[in-house]
Design a protein. Sequence first.
Length: 366
Amino acid sequence: MKKYQTLYVAASRQHVGKTTSTLGLAYCLQRLGIDIGYCKPVGQQFVDLNDLKVDKDTILFSDLIQFDLHPEIHSPVILGSGATTDFIDHPENFNYEEKILKAKVALESRKELTIHEGTGHPGVGSVVNLSNAKVAKMLDAQVIFIAEGGVGSTIDMINMCISLFREEGVPILGVIVNKVREEKIDKIRPYIEKWLNTQGIPLLGMVPYDRTLAWPVMSTVCKAINGTVRSNSHALRNKVADVLAGTVLDRTKLEKRDNLLLVVGTHRLDETLGKILHINAELAIEEWPLSGIIVCGEGEISSETQRAIDYYQTPLIHTDLDTYGVVLKVSRIEVKINRDTPWKIKRAIDLIEQNVDLDYIKKKIS
């Protein structure tokens, strides 16, 4: 059934857009008529599926490209807590390579092209002899490498990271530079291309930074602050673009932006929400600006305020943190694309389709 050379998507580090890029590549190549298989050969963050551990990214892909999820095929190795020290103590007890190769055979017997997604930076997994480079070689794959936008720091990072793949003799199909400020793309592109040409590596595309992909949803915020949902839990998928402090209302934010997260002391919510409703009416703004409300500490909420919150179906979350603690926690959220963010999935696909040379990739793996 295998018709195309295997792909392995690697990245310079976590949170540079590896999963987002893999998602876009898988869906777009599928739309070009290729029967796609997906595997996360080595995972770290997992969920339990029918008493089996499976990498959480695998569930997202099973939804998108529609396959029945089998952990032993799509997520063969999970490095959970204590796995690395157990391996160092007794390496003979682990058959990681055998598991990965069995998954490879199974997928290649069913699918025309298998896309494997790496984990973290290229050296991750080395402690158990499963660095990204070693796994890519094991899979006989070509690598698409994802790096963040820039010139000097980007080139330095690419050079350091691809050295591991060179050491293993793994071919680099090309590089995608992700999260580039749109106004800087034309300035940066010639320098990246010039350097990559000296290495014999093509630039597959430069993907502009889209701030909406960094927006968390209310359910993520609730978890980060260890909050308790007081009302409108059905709206926890609301996206959060910015934080609005209730102590000093920023009128400019209210005028120019929606999807705001209001953070306020419980005892001040009545007053603050009254001001927001007044400003909305004064400016004749039809859209409700708040995606959620977090209340801190003790206090009573009037029935009138609660009716307004319910009318606009705004999630209300209580936390024991103070307002500063909430803002700090929210600012440190690392946002990953997931099943609760369907708009991000669509945007990821659009960004890859519009900015990456998919025809070249298809040609090189044929």
